[in-house]
Design a binder for this molecule. Sequence first.
Ligand code: 6CS
Ligand code: FE
Length: 313
Amino acid sequence: MMSMTAMGAAQPVLSKPRDDDRYPSRFGTQGQMKDRLDPVVWGTPEQGSLSNSQLLFYEDNGYLNFDQLLAPDEVQACLAELQRLRGDEALKKTDEAVVEPGSRELRSLFAVHRSSEVLKALCEHPKLVAIARQLLGSDVYIHQSRINYKGGFRGKEFYWHSDFETWHVEDGVPAMRLLSCSIALTANTPYNGPLMIVPGSHQRYVTCVGATPEDHYRHSLKQQEVGVPDDGCLTRLVQDFGITAPTGLAGSVTFFDCNVMHGSSSNITPLPRSNVFVVYNSVHNTPVDPFCGLAPRPNFIAERRDFTPVAPR
Ligand code: 6CS
Ligand code: FE
């Protein structure tokens, strides 16, 4: 479907955005900063346990951090499960597993709510789901889940990006009504490659340059090069908003908006930084055909069959 120029550069499959595309990206020759067109907080203080000031913090900053949301034995069970999965050589050969380009270490494992009972229970944890429901103001289902293992010594970085840009362009998620929840299974310190966030950047939409290659996920999940902001846009965002890196012990949890600019550095400490990420999407925001015009990514990266709401248990 993708065409090549004489120079070999990928051309957009669509020459212009579709009429239903409210957030076109990867069409132009220059990155642009546009306005966000959707609310950040869709629910109200009455709809859950988050206070008005927590909702306002999330609205302004695009994230919300909790030091202790999960019980130590819940975290311990998930960490034991992570170690089991990490040692499973057969698993590393499955499509769901992404290994580091250099070492053969596990980088990410997708759809863990399908392959692991322990991690399914984590993804469906009543406290997490209740917060997601309140922030998104509706029932939610799991759009994506994964472990990002980021081992010690040679755990590689995740370059700056807005998740929404990819989820919109490559998965066809229409609106900014989804969020990520990052659960720390090991301590996230300033030193071992914690999540870095540009607080407030979720209020802008940074368009990216470069057409989406076919089967892009095979490369982007190891090292993302298309769907990242250009240097000028990133510089402006950081000048305007700065950078924050929420850290915490195992069991700490960070919720962050789908469009907040974020990334993380490599981990050269001996201490792994292992987090489980769950992406909750509103049941009113299910994917349509990808806005880049290519075939959708596999279901284990972006759910497009089962929109059953996760109910607090
Ligand atoms: O492409 C994706 O869906 C994934 N990639 C990154 C770098 N972050 C979010 C998501 O897991
Ligand atoms: Fe991300």
